[in-house]
Design a protein around this ligand. Sequence first.
Ligand code: PLP
Length: 359
Amino acid sequence: MSRVYNFSAGPAVMPEEVLREAADEMLDYKGTGMSVMEMSHRSKAFENIINEAEQDLRDLMQIPDNYKVLFMQGGAHLQFAAIPMNLMKNRVADYIITGQWAKKALKEAQIYGQANAIASSEDKTFSYIPDCSDLPISPDADYVYICENNTIYGTKFHTLPDTKGKTLVSDISSCFLSEPVDVSKYGLIYGGVQKNVGPAGMAIVIIREDLITEDVLPYTPTYMKYKIHADANSLYNTPNCYCIYMCGKVFKWLKKQGGLEVMKARNEEKAKVLYDFLDSSKLFKGTVRKEDRSIMNVPFVTGDKDLDAKFIKEATEAGFVNLKGHRTVGGMRASIYNAMPIEGVKALVEFMKKFEEEN
Ligand code: PLP
């Protein structure tokens, strides 16, 4: 068996320990004689799995008691619609546009109401986070929406915007559990789990209880109502059982590592190795304004498309895979989520140094 260093933006590398444990339990989960894949979502064994997963997530993120945790199918895209359907009481919302995912969320919300782009960094290919200290927030906005870590462009909100008292909604798909967060600053946080948490096919929504109401937009499908999932403890219908099980294992792994403070320190250390090299390199350069850099997704270029392609090809052959930048921006991108060991980042930098010498 040989594992590569996988720098994919998502689905992404999982902790090896978690994969091994799941493999061990594949045919017989804890004496049940069956795989979690074969198990009723109403069984005692699965009830324990989902309850423990939720509790471990609550412990890790220190989620206050007045927030619900929802495990919902459909990934982050379904939330682009569910958020306005559930929260747009006045049919007005403000969006900060820091990349393609925020743009897609805005476009979806515009189907349901007046969704405004109140700040954007599109003028410079989303290479920075706009100034959010004095935003033109709509007086009747139901919420202000951000994409906190921009997977494609490699930027991160290191300071949350001043929403002037409005509910903050944040997509944390690509920075989920990478560092501690103060959940109480948000009305709703959510993310697709396939980057830092588990396999694809699910989103986790963390929502303040007072935002969960029956007063949703007309024609909101039953599945899209947060209240349905909150009341049913995420077991309204058959959930993505195996994904919840794997996420639960990752939560336990994170607790074993020491929690989110430890992960933050590790992630910062990993990112520093790569950014320090990019800052000193004559060939490679980072594409993001320094103060807005993400510690999860690191885009870089050589400035020459052919050389970029050569680098990606040679890197792949050497076992550093999925380094191609997003199709909308080109160049390279190294996603260095929680499960990427520092050895992987150091080895990549050594490979980049060698490539630089040779080219
Ligand atoms: N939001 C962010 C920040 C992402 O990186 C992605 C990437 O896949 C999405 C949303 C879309 O997620 P999904 O494919 O789960 O709908």
